[in-house]
Design a protein around this ligand. Structure first.
Ligand code: TYD
Ligand code: MG
Length: 458
């Protein structure tokens, strides 16, 4: 009789422990250990895929394959991946349920299937469901194979048989290896299934996309090390109240991170948004207090976004600080800088900040625009609608250098802005249009003095 052995796995780092502990000894997180059945037998069927003639090679003799990337016709998608899909890469796409991961991947498969064989494996939906979605998305291709299956070894057999140029696994939490006893979605299943897919992708050189569900706090469910195992991690994000969706690279072995691609979810699928600045500024109301615009650099592309602030006297002992689109801590910090360095009395004010269009901004270059929106709302004075504000703000209120000013200013000019406030240290000779004014500032007091209530007709 085989004895079933259970062990405990950390859901954060995948650490294994023979007994339950409150704190994971490897990553020091609390309450992350879950009980799982330890695998009882290992079949060798999956190990065969890892055997290829591999030996160390001289770097000087290695050749770069120029055709290594498959390009889709979605330039947003290509850019986020660093210029197309790299052969043999393993890409993880995470996102909230219903955000459009399956739609995005099915559309991408439809594209690729014009030239390559594609295997789309779904452990969540029946082939009929996928077919009806494909009809809505207008995907017709003889090279796109849909396969509704949860057993990974069966999938691998089909891959051997079909030899596709691209594989999609939707989702990793519904796929299982039958030699591991714990349920699909458990730490050991997710980890082993990902490792197996990695070997498959590398040994056969087939690019593979896997969908991963996210937990309530937004991380991909399963061990954190899932993200370490794969080549690229993408997040597909968006707000429920609007149809814009943002594809963000948070890890990429083949390109830059924090690159974003913007899509719009329509009746018949996702379409690319090629002029995001236009969309994010579309509903801007001119001449109101509490709003300013920043040229933010998301990945390699500057995007103009509007930042709105609302300050109102508080009814509570602890004033509210609520931010959407930026980090709450950043809001508290910038309010503290304004209080301490510029003498504004903000401790009796509730403060709300919103980045319009549902974008999330992480770049420090937005600090100055956030400060200006706050001050504008507090003083109830509108800023000049043709101004943009670019700069990081330090704890002493100084405006610090940011990267690639020239590109940011050019984008602002293209969108009809006439003046930019930028860090004084970044003032250099740029090739900017002569009718675009650039003002270098050293600290927040200088900007406030210069920009607030300035002549609106500029
Ligand atoms: P889906 O791709 O199933 O999300 P996920 O795989 O991330 O769970 O997307 C489902 C949502 O997208 C659903 O609310 C309906 C909407 N949708 C459209 O608006 N238009 C479309 O053409 C499609 C296919 C879906
Ligand atoms: Mg789905």
């Amino acid at each position: 009789m085989t004895k079933i052995k259970t062990v405990y796995f950390c859901t954060e780092c995948g650490n294994e422990s023979p007994k339950w502990v409150g704190k994971c000894p490897a990553c020091n997180q609390y309450n992350t250990m879950v009980e799982e059945i330890k695998e009882t037998k290992k079949t060798s069927s999956h190990t065969s895929i890892a055997t290829n003639n591999n030996s160390p090679q001289k770097i000087s003799e290695l050749k770069i394959d120029e055709n290594i990337r498959i390009k889709t016709t979605y330039s947003e998608f290509n850019r986020v991946l660093g210029g197309g899909i790299v052969s043999g890469s393993l890409v993880l796409i995470g996102g909230d349920p219903g955000i459009g991961k399956s739609t995005l991947l099915l559309q991408m498969c439809g594209q690729i299937a014009l030239n390559h064989k594609v295997l789309y494996v779904s452990g969540e939906e029946s082939v009929q469901q996928i077919k009806s979605r494909a009809e809505r998305l207008n995907i017709i291709s003889d090279k796109l194979y849909i396969y509704s299956e949860n057993n990974l070894l069966t999938v691998i057999n089909q891959v051997d048989h079909l030899n596709p140029g691209l594989i999609v696994i939707d989702s990793i939490q519904t796929i299982y290896l039958d030699y591991i006893e714990s349920a699909p979605g458990s730490v050991s299943q997710v980890r082993e299934a990902t490792a197996t897919l990695m070997k498959l992708a590398k040994s056969k050189n087939i690019p593979t996309f896997i969908v991963g569900h996210v937990t309530k706090d937004g991380a991909i469910a399963g061990p954190k090390m899932l993200e370490h195992m794969v080549d690229t991690v993408l997040y597909f994000e968006g707000e429920n109240y609007n149809t814009y969706r943002i594809l963000r690279a948070v890890k990429n072995r083949f390109g830059s991170t924090n690159e974003i691609g913007i899509f719009d979810m329509k009746e018949d699928g996702l379409i690319e948004v090629l002029n995001p600045s236009g969309i994010f500024l579309e509903d801007r109301s001119l001449g109101y207090a509490g709003t300013s615009v920043v040229a933010s650099l998301e990945g390699t592309r500057p995007i103009l976004v509007e930042i709105q602030a609302l300050l109102a006297p508080t009814n509570y002992n602890n004033p509210k600080r609520t931010a959407s689109g930026i980090d709450n801590n950043k809001l508290s910090l910038l309010l503290a800088v304004l209080e301490k360095r510029s003498g504004y009395q903000l401790q009796n004010q509730d403060a709300y900040i919103k980045v319009t269009g549902g974008v999330k901004i992480v770049e420090p270059a937005t600090d100055l625009a956030i400060i200006m929106s706050i001050v504008s709302s507090y003083k109830n004075k509108a800023l000049n609608p043709y101004d943009v504000f670019i700069g990081e703000v330090g704890l002493t209120g100084e405006v610090r250098r940011v990267s690639r000013i020239e590109e940011r200013c050019k984008e602002a000019y293209k969108m009809g802005f006439k003046r930019a406030f930028i860090p004084n240290k970044d003032i250099e000779k740029y090739l900017l249009p002569t009718d675009f004014i650039v003002v270098g500032v050293r600290n927040i007091d200088e900007v406030i003095e210069y920009a607030i209530g300035d002549n609106l007709s500029l």
